[in-house]
Design a protein around this ligand. Structure first.
Ligand SMILES: Nc1ncnc2c1ncn2[C@@H]1O[C@H](COP(=O)(O)OP(=O)(O)O)[C@@H](O)[C@H]1O
Ligand SMILES: [Mg+2]
Length: 378
């Protein structure tokens, strides 16, 4: 009988586990939020991931449960564990990807380098932090943010009043996370895979480019990275994976500061946009690696296949027609580009696909990925 992985959440990350699952002969089942989601190509059940009974029913005949997103509530995760279901990453690790205040608190205990931060419950505390940090700071909602939603640069405490009000009932007692506004030269991401039995593998550290808080491009490996930077990033990633007991793929978003430090921005415990390049640019892509890791199988080699890989997101997609109507043009002009689409309706700002390219010349690889992705705009 084949191994069965149950994925909670039917988005593009679950979808992109399907091809490696087919290749490995692993049966992938998905608990999707709705009919017709990105991952509906897999055997899909529809149900509410906040409903313990629905999740337990979904999980009862799989070998392991894993995730497309981090929003499954802790009580539901605990119910799975109590019922004897293997859950990877487990609730004890996942809590630190679900709540940015919990993450900052735990990373401080682990001694991981991070921006100055505080949990603030009102405008007075926020103003105090602002006054101590040059009058500007980044305020974040601790839970539920993504793609820059839930992140705001403020220079006056009043600019966060609406969030304090909305969060009054939150598990953190209404606290918001405030961080120093980091003076960074660029953003990096370090991915690590870790098995329940302890084996860890670090991917090459990559550069990520965000536009409007959304990942736009990724370059693998990060250009102009000294040996020391590569080593420090991997050490931070492995330290966090082991320190938090993460199983499956971990992504550590990092800032490289103007004074040459690496600071942890945030964590994701699942395949991550910063690792999409690995589908075509690494010996073992992150989606295959995630399946291997959560099944506690030996991990694959994360090494790059070529000197450079570039990933460009298709954001929004065509304003007229579907993505597939643009295939012929993009494919004819860019036969070297690997086009990945998510089966999602185009909508402004939405991640609907990405393009990967690999090769020896970074300028050329970057140009080809951007030009191929541009076929899907407008
Ligand atoms: N402390 C900070 N200083 C400077 N920029 C920041 C800081 N925190 C976040 N950002 C910017 O905002 C983006 C989104 O923040 P992040 O915490 O990663 O939220 P999300 O969960 O939406 O990805 C980051 O990729 C970075 O560009
Ligand atoms: Mg982020």
């Amino acid at each position: 009988m084949s191994l069965r992985v149950g994925v909670i959440g039917g988005g593009q990350l679950a979808r992109m586990m399907i091809a490696p699952a087919v290749e490995l002969g692993v049966e992938l089942r998905v608990l999707a939020e709705d009919e017709g989601m990105a991952a509906s190509l897999a055997a899909t059940a529809v149900g509410d991931y906040r409903d313990a009974a629905a999740v337990l029913a979904f999980a009862h005949d799989v070998d392991v449960v894993t995730f497309d997103h981090e929003h499954v509530p802790q009580p539901v995760l605990r119910a799975l564990v109590d019922a004897g279901v293997a859950v990877h990453p487990g609730p004890d690790a996942l809590q630190f990807a679900q709540d940015k205040i919990a993450m900052r608190t735990r990373l401080a205990e682990l001694g991981a380098p991070q921006p100055d931060w505080a949990a603030v419950t009102g405008t007075d505390q926020l103003q105090e932090f602002l006054d101590a940090h040059g009058g500007r700071a980044v305020v974040k909602t601790p839970r539920g943010g993504y793609d820059g939603k839930g992140v705001r640069v403020v220079s006056r405490a009043e600019e966060a009043v609406d969030w304090f009000t909305a969060l009054a009932e939150d598990a953190n007692g209404g606290a918001l996370l405030v961080e120093e506004l980091v003076d960074f030269t660029r953003e990096l991401a370090q991915q690590v895979a870790r098995r329940p039995s302890g084996e860890v593998r670090a991917y090459p550290v990559v550069e990520t480019v965000q536009r409007g808080g959304v990942c736009a491009e990724v370059i693998a490996p990060a250009p102009h990275a000294s040996e020391r930077l590569v080593e420090v990033a991997a050490r931070i990633g492995v330290g966090i994976a082991e320190g938090l007991g993460v199983t499956g793929m971990l992504a550590v978003e990092l800032f490289e500061t103007t004074d040459d430090r690496l600071l942890v921005n945030e964590l994701a415990m699942r395949p991550h946009n910063s690792g999409h390049w690995s589908q075509d640019g690494a010996v073992t892509g992150q989606f295959e690696q995630h399946l291997r890791a959560v099944l506690d199988l030996p991990l694959g080699d994360p090494a790059a296949l070529a000197p450079w890989s570039v990933m460009v997101n298709i954001l929004g997609g065509p304003t007229r027609g579907s993505l597939s109507e643009r295939f012929a043009g993009a494919m004819a002009e860019h036969p070297e580009a690997k086009i990945h689409t998510y089966g999602k309706q185009p909508r402004p700002g939405r991640k609907v696909g990405h393009v990967n390219t690999v090769g020896d010349d970074l300028d050329d690889v970057t140009y080809q990925a951007r030009a191929a992705a541009a076929h899907f705009d407008g």
